[in-house]
Design a protein. Structure first.
Length: 751
């Protein structure tokens, strides 16, 4: 490691979320300033820095110093202190006032501001209000320095400073010193081990109950991130024993303390019937298990003497409230709409020019008699037509129908196919990003008669809780979804649990319409649903079809084939860049999103100029994806657009989202990524004219049957799988992802 000392002369860029910084440092004896990159929280122009790191060579910007650690060196001389305070970095201290302060306190100036700020009241021009302003500004600026120094002294990576400072503000150092395990609880991505390094470095014993309680919470958060709503107690204790390096039995008392604090809820055996798997409910094949998934099931459901369920309290409340609210709604009387089958047929035919099949007519008629209903089925079974017909009938009955979906793209697609405005669930329920709360609830319900939620398989336990809480007592709820797709990103298997509980009327559409039967995309998808391996090789590249499998054994050949398909072969039929979507199971690796995006950008976009951010260069015409919900800009996680304009002089990127231009400045570019290739998970709720799926054995950790099914059903007119036959076999054989620890089914079934 090399140490470099100098003065920060120019702050080029700093990400406010993680404090990744690009700056210029003037080093004594070197004519030109050097470029420094790294996580440098709380640095300001004019400060003296001591940086430890290494030299790296950037292909575009040349030699840079990559800082691993740094220290802000406060000036010691009177002249240095005068320059430092007079620089304007501390709000409330002008050049003139800085001179008066330094003239009074000499070399002790900075120590007095930091440790005895009341003495500033002796300076002419500083009253109580001014003194408080200076003290607050000093603490705000230097709290960052103190936190960074503390983390570095405890061998914790500087990149963790950003989220800690954002969460705790100027109190961050006190939190780190008094109870570092709080950060593991409040910041799930931070991790127990990092908090543990700080805690044990400050004298916390390995068997300290506070440490063991933090270990339990962190493991429950890990379980949540893996999709589980609760953990079985033996499994939880075993995992925590490995994490904390102590005996399992030591976690009993800390668990009870967490229960007493209402941070954790425990459900004893016999209170609810034990169960973890959401069974297939639509076709017999969907329930078929291979040996791999049987092993997973046995691991999750292994008979142990103690089958106690341990929940994070908020998940227990959400799951319990979902069940209670659904059961309460089901007890209410359904309105008799007094409309005949003949009237339904005539209204749909007149309004939509669609003649309902007998199965569809039966479903429409019966749904009118339900308080809550589920419509489920694979592609080509008429779910969309059914929703359109229901909207038409409800409109005829003068009922207010509201359509919603979990994501922005799914909501737009629902709006396009129904011709009626659709909302994202978060927007409809009035989600406030700052407070992380929802405006709509039991006391402020939605104003509607019928609530139709599409892509309901993507709704997790948290969101379903807020959805049912906002349901008016006299309204009807219709959930539409395909339970064979990937489960929700968040915890739970909500739609599958509701179906499996047998408490809500479920309409499983099984008939594939004649036109859909002609599509190999639809037929292959249904083969997967039925537990049968499709004949992916039936179509060959020299024969026109909607579905192709191109055998490539290595990731390198997969990438080369995808580049050729996207740049030369497919554009003849699908000339617009937003018509073609490349999907892949993973982000890393040669056939992952990161590399594929860079390779595809190189062959599809020849624009010369762009703006770089965190390894990506955004250029005019690029296909990009927004990564997190931004309610101010009204763009949401998963929204895809095209870069409309790059304004380098002002540091702005303008993105076109379906005709609406959204502006990003440099500090907001971390909300964007290239989207020539996206993950299969990100594609849920979307449809594309042509889909190319990268599938290699290197994707082994993510190869699952419902991932393959989800990827295939994103394509409307063309699906091409590029990869290895062995990868296809692995994906088909792995049917384990429906196995999530969830108690909703049992709670719905309980009397």
């Amino acid at each position: 490691m090399i140490t470099v000392k100098g003065v920060l002369s120019h702050l080029t860029f700093q990400n406010p979320e993680n404090h990744y910084t690009v700056c210029k440092i003037r080093v004594k004896g070197i004519h030109d300033p050097i470029t420094v990159v790294g996580h440098l929280a709380g640095v300001a122009q004019g400060e003296s820095l001591s940086l430890t790191g290494r030299w790296i060579s950037h292909p575009k910007y040349g030699d840079q110093f990559e800082a691993a650690t740094y220290r802000v060196t406060l000036p010691a001389s009177i002249a240095g202190i005068r320059r430092y305070l007079g620089s304007g970095m501390i709000q409330g201290i002008s050049k003139g006032l800085a001179s008066r302060i330094v003239d009074t306190f000499k070399e002790e100036t900075l120590d007095i501001i930091e440790n005895q700020p009341d003495k500033l009241l002796t300076i002419h021009g500083i009253g109580k209000a001014k003194q408080r302003l200076i003290e607050k500004a000093w603490n705000r600026h230097h709290s960052v320095r103190r936190v960074m120094q503390f983390l570095q002294d405890n061998q914790v990576a500087a990149l963790h400073a950003g989220p800690i400072l954002k969460t705790y503000g100027t109190d961050a150092l006190n939190v780190l010193k008094k109870d570092p395990y709080l950060i593991a609880k409040d910041l799930p991505g931070f991790g127990f081990h990092t908090a543990d390094i700080i805690a044990q470095g400050n004298g916390i014993e390995r068997e300290d109950k506070k440490r063991l309680a933090a270990c339990l919470i962190c493991q429950l958060l890990v379980e949540e991130q893996e999709g589980h709503v609760y953990a079985r107690k033996p499994h939880l204790f075993a995992a925590c024993s490995r994490m904390g390096g102590v005996a399992r039995g030591l976690f009993e008392d800390p668990l009870m303390e967490l229960v007493n604090l209402k941070d954790v809820m425990v459900e004893e055996p016999g209170v609810e019937t034990p169960g973890v798997e959401t069974p297939g409910v639509e076709t017999p094949g969907a329930e078929t298990k291979d040996e791999t998934s049987k092993n997973v099931e046995e691991d999750l459901t292994a008979t142990e003497e103690d089958t106690t369920k341990v929940y994070l309290a908020r998940l227990f409340r959400a799951e319990t409230r979902i069940a209670a609210r659904i059961k309460a709604l089901l007890t209410l009387k359904v309105t008799d709409y007094n409309i005949s089958e003949a009237q339904i047929v005539e209204e749909v035919l007149t309004s939509l020019a669609v003649k309902l099949s007998q199965e569809q007519l039966d479903v429409v008629t019966q749904i009118l008699q339900q308080k809550i209903a589920v419509i489920t089925g694979g592609p080509g079974t008429g779910k969309t037509t059914l929703v359109r017909a229901l909207c038409t009938v409800f409109r005829k009955l003068n009922l207010t129908v509201v359509l919603a979906a979990p994501t922005g793209r799914a909501a737009r697609r629902l709006s396009q196919v129904t011709g009626k405005k659709a909302f994202t669930l978060h927007k409809l329920l009035g989600f406030d990003h700052e407070s992380q709360s929802f405006d709509r609830n039991f006391t402020n319900p939605l104003d509607l008669d019928v609530f139709v939620v599409d892509e309901a398989s993507m709704v997790d336990t948290h969101l379903m809780y807020h959805l049912v809480e906002a349901m008016p007592a006299m309204a009807c709820l219709i959930l539409v979804g395909d339970t064979f797709q990937l489960p929700s990103v968040g915890p739970g298997n909500v739609l599958s649990d509701i179906i499996a509980s047998d408490q809500v009327r479920v309409f499983s559409l099984t008939k594939i319409f004649r036109q859909a039967k002609e599509s190999p995309i639809v037929m292959h998808a249904h083969s997967l649903r039925n537990g049968k391996m499709p004949d992916f090789k039936a179509a060959t590249p020299d024969k026109l079809s909607e579905f192709y499998f191109i055998e490539n054994q290595t990731p390198q050949r997969v990438v080369e084939t995808i580049l050729e398909l996207c740049s030369k072969r497919i554009p003849a039929a699908f000339p617009h860049i937003d018509e073609i979507q490349v999907l892949t199971p993973m982000h890393r690796g040669e056939a992952g999103t990161i590399n594929l995006n860079q390779q595809l950008q190189a062959v599809l976009n020849d624009a010369k100029e762009g703006i770089e951010n965190l390894g990506f260069v955004f250029k005019p015409g690029d296909k990009v994806m927004h990564l997190k919900n931004n309610y101010e800009k009204e763009v949401f996680n998963g929204d895809i657009g095209l870069v409309h304009e790059i304004n380098r002089s002002e540091g702005r990127v303008l993105v076109d989202y379906d005709g609406r231009i959204v502006t990003y400045d440099l500090l907001e570019l971390d909300e964007l990524t290239l989207a020539y290739t996206i993950s299969v998970h990100k594609s849920q709720g979307s449809e594309y004219s042509a889909v190319i799926i990268a599938l290699t054995t290197a994707h082994f950790p993510m190869l699952q049957r419902n991932l393959l099914y989800t990827a295939m059903t994103r394509g409307k007119h063309l699906v091409i799988i590029v990869g290895a036959s062995r990868a296809l076999e692995i994906a088909f054989q792995n049917n384990k992802t429906a196995l999530r620890l969830s108690g909703l089914r049992q709670k719905l079934m309980a009397s």
